[in-house]
Design a protein around this ligand. Structure first.
Ligand SMILES: Nc1nc2c(ncn2[C@@H]2O[C@H](COP(=O)(O)OP(=O)(O)O)[C@@H](O)[C@H]2O)c(=O)[nH]1
Ligand SMILES: [Mg+2]
Length: 327
């Protein structure tokens, strides 16, 4: 089956799509899944575009781009970033771009994205870039899906507060300050660094580490965990880019490669893989059980029950009990 058609089948969750997924699943697990998230307009699409070009240039790796943007008003077409992307990457058979149809629940989108990613993985795309707009839960879902999560910030978005409030730093493996050609970069960087230092116990040992720099300990006894004493610790590096001009892209790619190495070295690669598949399984099971259960309940009975809850005759808890007991 042609890749585009297969992707559509999988996205639509058709019987053919499901059958295909089952067949190709054994061939998954090889790709490096890279999530790219951040507020709208920070330059995620531009960055993803540049990263794809970079990977094509350096190692002739096949690259898939999966764009998930539920906030985007367009349907089927492409926003500016995507159009630029199409132009730059058009005609390159080593790059496949897929914009996800984002109607439906967030959970549904996460599930579909996971399936689409599996198709690309099995098809031999070594690098899979997944772009999502920073909208809370979706970021977390991408982080769960990806091996490496890039969080993109840009100066002048009130990001000092945003970053902390959204708790977005918790899911970041690599921080990118894009639009480094704009004023306010230093403020953004300072805010990110201080937030990072708060999040890590080794803050006073080396603020420089927050930037991914090396540090020497002069042989003194360490009382706090650092990346040197505990190889499990990863401090997200901060990279600055001008995506529209392709500046700083190599550094970001280097950070991504370093993070992959880190994950593989300490076993986190497998751990993340396992956690991801576990939550996928759980999600599917939940959906399937729910579907099967509701199939056996007449719609009118269900509607009546909801009515009863709305009218405060019974609590949601009691409603569930009565549903389960009526079987
Ligand atoms: N000045 C400047 N503009 C940029 C940069 N990167 C992206 N842009 C512009 O910012 C706008 C949003 O970019 P886009 O990649 O679509 O952002 P997304 O919504 O995060 O995917 C576009 O007009 C880009 O041309 C940059 O590094 N510097
Ligand atoms: Mg975009």
């Amino acid at each position: 089956m042609a890749l585009a058609r297969l992707l559509t089948q999988v996205e639509n969750d058709s019987p053919e799509g499901r059958a295909a997924l089952a067949e190709l699943f054994p061939y998954t697990g090889k790709a490096h899944l890279i999530g790219v998230t951040g507020a709208p307009g920070t330059g995620k699409s531009s960055l993803v575009n540049q990263l794809a070009l970079h990977y094509r240039k350096i190692g002739d790796q096949r690259v898939a781009i999966v764009a998930v943007d539920p906030s985007s008003p367009f349907t089927g077409g492409a926003v500016l970033g995507d159009r630029v992307r199409m132009r730059d990457l058009a005609g390159d058979e080593g790059v496949f771009i897929r914009s996800m149809a984002t109607r439906g629940s967030l959970g549904g989108i996460a599930q579909k994205t996971a399936s689409v990613v599996q198709v690309f993985d099995a098809a031999g795309y070594e690098i899979i870039l997944i772009e999502t707009v920073g909208a809370g839960q979706s970021e977390v879902d991408v982080a769960r899906l990806a091996h490496t999560t890039l969080v993109v910030e840009a100066p002048g978005l009130g990001d000092e507060i945003q970053a902390i409030k959204a708790g977005i730093l918790e899911i970041a493996d690599v921080l990118v300050i894009n639009k480094a050609d704009r004023p306010g970069v230093e403020n953004t960087e300072r805010a990110l660094r201080s937030t990072l230092e708060l999040a890590h116990p080794m803050k006073r040992v080396s603020p420089a580490l927050a930037g991914g720099a090396r540090v020497r300990h002069h042989g003194q006894a360490m009382t706090v965990a650092t990346p040197e004493t505990d190889s499990r610790i990863w401090i997200p590096p901060i990279n600055k880019t001008v995506a529209t001009e392709g500046k700083g892209i190599e550094e970001v790619a280097a950070s991504i490669a370093r993070h992959a190495g880190h994950l593989r070295q300490n076993g986190d690669w497998q751990r993340r893989d396992r956690a991801r598949l576990e939550s996928e399984l759980e999600l599917l099971l939940r959906e399937e059980l729910m579907d099967r259960f509701l199939e056996r309940i007449p719609q009118e009975a269900y509607d009546e029950l909801i009515e009863n809850v709305v009218n405060r005759n019974i609590s949601p808890y009691e409603a569930v009990r009565s549903l389960l007991n009526s079987k």
